[in-house]
Design a protein around this ligand. Structure first.
Ligand SMILES: C[S@@+](CC[C@H](N)C(=O)[O-])C[C@H]1O[C@@H](n2cnc3c(N)ncnc32)[C@H](O)[C@@H]1O
Length: 265
């Protein structure tokens, strides 16, 4: 009689002398976006590796031209108190309103093409607000005609930087001065524009000068841009061969509203 067959052995069974079995393949770790904690920025160079802080989205990632929410968080945290009124006259996808909710401020958002019901429709040059009624203004206006936002004829994003855009923004700044309380802060997030065939338009410096009749400069921050196009080979090659520079930072211009001696709050 043949000897009984030994019981079937799996290579991975742990018994002395067994051949080592195939190593189990660990599941591929999910690529988690590592975000550093959101802390106040304390120099004039601001950087954060993500468009949004925390696990939720502020505003909408799908909105072309959305503002990085940590910039707004830092401005609101530094220049206002809980319960105060924060205005964004170019509210886009509502990033400012979401940050206001997180920080317990009252957000007021306007746009000519509102994206959601908590944004009211209005032209930033003529806001339905009383004079001296807001405590802080944050704005990220169009950078002349570098992006298309809507068909609304009042959209400042249709205006060229050859003077048309500047004239419109002068009116926006006058309106900001009307609605902002004395001594309170206006923050403008803006990028210079380089357009092939048209040249370089230093919108940051231009807006800085335009604001001066109503506001006193408070500070100037450079905000590192993490735009995907900055990493794309064809854009880098074009910049290298074409002799121009890609925009590596945005300006954050900070002003304090001048108190006029005859103004009454
Ligand atoms: C750079 S986006 C703002 C992005 C916004 N902060 C966000 O995070 O989604 C500029 C916005 O200005 C709006 N806009 C353009 N002209 C305007 C005007 N005259 N009055 C009010 N909003 C205007 C556009 O519709 C667009 O939504």
């Amino acid at each position: 009689m043949p000897p009984p067959r030994p019981p079937a052995v799996h290579y991975s069974d742990p018994f002395p002398g067994a051949r080592p079995g195939p190593k189990p393949i660990p599941p591929r770790p999910r690529r988690l976006l590592k975000k550093p904690p959101l802390v106040p920025q304390v120099t004039t160079l601001w950087d954060y590796p993500s468009q949004h802080y925390g696990n939720e989205e502020q505003g909408s990632q799908r909105f072309k031209g959305a503002t990085p929410s940590y910039v707004i968080w830092n401005v609101i945290h530094r220049y206002s108190e809980p319960g105060e009124i924060v205005l964004d006259p170019f509210c886009g996808s509502g990033t400012t309103l979401d940050v206001c909710r997180d920080l317990d401020r009252k957000g007021l958002g306007f746009d000519v093409a509102p994206m959601r019901p908590d944004i009211q429709q209005a032209d930033a040059r003529s806001l339905p607000l009383k004079q001296r009624s807001v405590d802080l203004i944050f704005m990220d206006p169009p950078y002349a005609d570098n992006l298309e936002y809507s068909d609304d004829p009042r959209c400042i994003g249709k205006l060229k930087a050859n003077g048309q855009y500047q004239r419109a923004m002068r009116l926006v700044l006058r309106e900001c001065a009307r609605v902002l309380r004395n001594e309170r802060v206006l923050a403008i997030y803006v990028c210079d524009v380089f357009q092939k065939g048209r040249g370089f338009f230093p919108l940051g410096f231009e807006l800085f000068e335009m604001a001066r009749p109503h506001f006193t400069p408070l500070d100037h921050v450079a905000v590192v841009r993490h735009n995907r196009t900055l990493e794309m080979g064809n854009y880098r090659k074009a910049a290298d061969e074409g002799g121009f520079l890609l925009r590596g930072f945005n300006h954050l211009l900070l002003f304090r509203r001048n108190a006029h001696p005859f103004d009454r709050e």
